[in-house]
Design a protein. Structure first.
Length: 152
């Protein structure tokens, strides 16, 4: 995937170019590109003067970071215990069918990614689906498809 990396110097300039800034820089890169492109990690290592292995170990340690491109819209299906008991598996099936991809995948047009997540702390609303940053509670399998079709 081709990217315009001309924003990287701006991102680096927003932070002190010291190893302690690594996580914040990775957060900004993830926000900009919706994942952490390999080239950006290489540039980060250079800018902070830290080994690339260190940058990769931080990038792979935190779940918030992704090394794979994500869709414009990220659909997170909670599969924690409360959501599981209230039908998360069925909701997952409906959403996967609606988008013709499996959890962990991104649509070829880069519009949607599906992720499964553990409890997101909203068990009273179970089952929960988060489309981008918006929480949807008490989701029914019958309206799960509508969530992603209207989730743009
Ligand atoms: S188990 Fe889904 S929000 Fe807690």
């Amino acid at each position: 995937m081709k990217h315009d990396f001309s924003h990287l110097p701006d991102i680096f300039a927003r932070h002190q170019q010291r190893p302690e800034a690594l996580i914040m820089i990775l957060q900004d890169i993830q926000k900009e590109y919706r994942y952490l492109p390999c080239e950006a990690l290489q540039e980060t290592a250079k800018a902070l003067n830290v080994p690339l292995s260190k940058v990769f170990s931080v990038a792979t340690f935190y779940n918030a970071f992704s090394l794979n491109p994500k869709g414009k819209n990220v659909v997170r299906i909670c599969v924690g215990t409360a959501c599981h008991i209230r039908g998360a598996a069925l909701i997952r099936d409906q959403i996967e069918n609606a988008l013709s991809i499996k959890a962990g995948q991104t649509t070829p047009d880069m519009e949607f990614s599906i992720e499964v997540v553990a409890c997101v702390g909203a068990c009273a609303m179970a089952p929960v689906v988060i489309v981008n940053e918006q929480y949807h509670g008490s989701v029914k399998p019958s309206n799960a498809k509508r969530l992603v079709k209207g989730g743009k």
